[in-house]
Design a protein around this ligand. Sequence first.
Ligand SMILES: O=C([O-])C(=O)C[C@H](O)[C@@H](O)C(=O)[O-]
Length: 310
Amino acid sequence: MSMSRYSPQELAARLRSGLLSFPVTHFTPDLRFDEAGYRDHLSWLSEHPVAGLFAAGGTGEGFSLTGEEIDRVVRAAVGEVGGRVPVIAPATGGTATAVAQARAAEAAGADGVLLMPPYLTEAGQDGLVEHVSAVCAATGLGVIVYSRANAVLTDRAVERLAARNPTFVGLKDGVGDIENLTRVYAAVGERLAYIGGLPTAETFALPLLQLGVSTYSSAIFNFLPEFALAFYADVRAQDHAAVYRRIREFIVPYLDIRDRTKGYAVSIVKAGLAAVGRPAGPVRPPLQNLTDAELAELTQLIGKISPRIA
Ligand SMILES: O=C([O-])C(=O)C[C@H](O)[C@@H](O)C(=O)[O-]
């Protein structure tokens, strides 16, 4: 039975109404889930006008959590901010696992499901349609599909899925293919909410807006919520000068640090939290923490913009 506060359509409307974020998952020094730290972080994030929080997503190192831990993280998020901010829970792995996780998300009181690409294997479009449809059929919650990596959906597949599954309400894009996004929007338009989800989503926010991607998930929101919200407001106002000023002053130097090691798109967010005095603990392997020198560089960069982030 759905305990969600939103119908799938209400969820989609809510998500498109503002900026989204993927909270990091806090770990203790010996890499156990730090529930108290995580809850405190979500409580702080929810003091800002965020339109949805995706628990245990990519930035939340969902790929490094066991199924039981994912359930704990989702329940902690719902317990802390449920009712104030929509909480979206992940469904991962093969179809059976993803279906079980979608059901667990609903039982935990989450407001929606983010369906991640299946594990390891490549797949054809017909198979992906079956995979997504099985998850949509397993839950009354709104489902957002993360189109990325081994699960990039074509316009035709999206059209079939939208016709077949009323609870399929959102597409999160992790590819940024202009032709594909144009085809998808031409096929189903506002039937879906579109969420920009490329690593460091701010980089792509302004051009993707033109393609119908009206919101995005900001990892930076974790440690610089005011900056992330101001950036989003500039994007929505299509204030090119302001967007490019922020990209020049912060995003580009941030990307320069991020690009030094694979996986840093996530590690740098935890480093950012350390830099602003809200440490979230280390990342789990296979990710690596930033070096001390890189953390110092990031701290200096944040210090340069934070006096005038508004
Ligand atoms: O799974 C994830 O964490 C994402 O893809 C969302 C990120 O927040 C991404 O959009 C970013 O790095 O800004």
